[in-house]
Design a binder for this molecule. Structure first.
Ligand SMILES: [Zn+2]
Length: 420
């Protein structure tokens, strides 16, 4: 096992220890979860030009170079400016990294494709995940592409549309009747040990490979901003693997001599499930955080309703070491941000992603010169059912020109009365 990784080591962000890559994922010095880290970096020319494919960054990913890569064309997502939202939020500029453009509609494709290719390189034929939806769909799609089996443990927050999407790829979908993601993880991990499946969940405290793909967002942003990264990067936080991975990608850029100062990183959570802000405000260590799971998550943003930070070992230092921020937003603020994003930019994000959009209005210490990038992590097309429930009634007319003109005359500014 663990074939072909001479360019990587394990690094502990809690105590700073380095150790050889092995089956033991915990730090030999302090017992914390470890992260993969490159020990030899490719030439900086790798990051010249514009993003083309996630696999252009393979020298920075812990995949044996001889691997026959399974891909669906993930990565190289657009960076879209949002001048109207920037003006509303009194920012100099606001850009949106459109991760909805990935093959299954969320940034999770980046993580899952790296984890799945690692699993293939180590001889596995089945992957299993715990998910509220996006990881499940990604795992199902990439497993289908690879001719592998996917077993998906869905917990209570998964929307029917996300379950349907995962089923469409032919995966084995199991709904687990337990409100605690931790309890579902324990079941999934036990099943993986019993059956020899690869545990593909994107939770770095259990499996470091599966969160590596998020680093590639940092590499792409470096290219898309011509090396002049914005002052703030904002992302939604569930388990924390997106922001923690993005931070580690920025550290790679620094190690390659391409960056001196890192952007400040902000993590957005639902006020009804906010273990990140709780840990930051209380200045908790990783261990103290893990002893205090968020009790009774209560939010419509199921995709980020994690009771603990499954990547707390990276997302906590990501915030602290970049003078970043943990920002809570209410469900109403998410709904309003989803609507404003759609109406001012043409991008319809999922409600958990809207937490990050809403948080761009709450960043500390900003002015009209502040440049901000928001990671638009997942598509609203995955949860149209919720939008349909709150849609305004559609006017119906006969196929008659006068009836149409009468309707248009009376419509006035009705577009402003749609639900916010
Ligand atoms: Zn350690």
């Amino acid at each position: 096992m663990l074939q072909g990784l001479s360019r990587f080591q394990f690094h502990c962000f809690q105590c700073g220890a380095d150790s050889a890559v092995s089956d033991a994922f915990t730090c030999p010095e302090c017992g914390s979860p470890q992260s993969l880290q490159a020990t030899a970096f490719p030439d900086a020319d790798l990051l010249k030009g514009r993003p083309n494919s996630l696999w252009d960054y393979q020298p920075l990913l812990p995949i044996p170079p001889t691997t026959d890569i399974v891909s669906l064309g993930e990565g190289a997502t657009p960076l879209v400016s949002a001048p109207a939202l920037a003006a509303e939020n009194h920012l100099g500029s606001l850009d949106l990294k459109n991760e909805m453009a990935n093959p299954t509609g969320s940034f999770k494709d980046r993580q899952v494709v790296v984890g799945l290719n690692w699993a293939r390189s180590q001889g596995h034929d089945t992957v299993a995940v715990v998910s509220s939806g996006n990881v499940a769909s990604a795992a199902a799609a990439y497993a289908a592409r690879a001719g592998m089996r996917a077993v998906l443990f869905m917990h209570g927050q998964a929307s029917p549309a996300k379950i349907a999407q995962a089923q469409a790829y032919g995966a084995t979908v199991i709904s687990v009747d337990n409100p605690s993601p931790q309890a579902v993880f324990e079941l999934c991990i036990a099943a993986c040990k019993e059956h020899g499946w690869y545990h593909l969940s994107t939770a770095g405290i259990y499996e470091p490979w599966n969160v590596e793909g998020a680093k590639t967002i940092a590499y792409e942003l470096y290219q898309q901003y011509d090396g002049n990264l914005p002052h703030w990067i904002v992302a939604p936080v569930g388990g924390g693997g997106l922001l923690g991975g993005l931070w580690r990608g920025l550290l790679d850029l620094k190690a390659m001599g391409l960056l001196s100062d890192l952007p400040r990183l902000a993590g957005a959570q639902a006020a009804g499930c906010a273990p990140l802000k709780q840990a930051i405000d209380n200045d908790w260590s990783l261990e103290e955080h893990l002893e205090h799971p968020w009790e009774n998550p209560d939010t419509i943003a199921g995709a980020i309703a994690d009771d603990i930070l499954f990547d707390g070992h990276t997302v906590l230092p990501a915030i602290r070491q970049t003078w970043g921020a943990a920002i809570n937003v209410t469900d109403d603020e998410m709904i309003a941000a989803q609507t404003r994003l759609a109406r001012t930019t043409g991008l319809l994000c999922e409600i958990a992603t809207a937490a990050a959009v809403a948080a761009t209005a709450k960043l500390p210490v900003v002015d009209k010169n502040t440049r901000v990038c928001c990671i638009v992590s997942g598509s609203g097309l995955k949860d149209l059912g919720r939008l349909a429930e709150s849609a305004i009634p559609v006017p119906q007319i006969p196929a008659d020109f006068d009836a149409l003109n009468s309707l248009l005359d009376n419509a006035g500014t009705d577009t402003d009365t749609a639900p916010q």
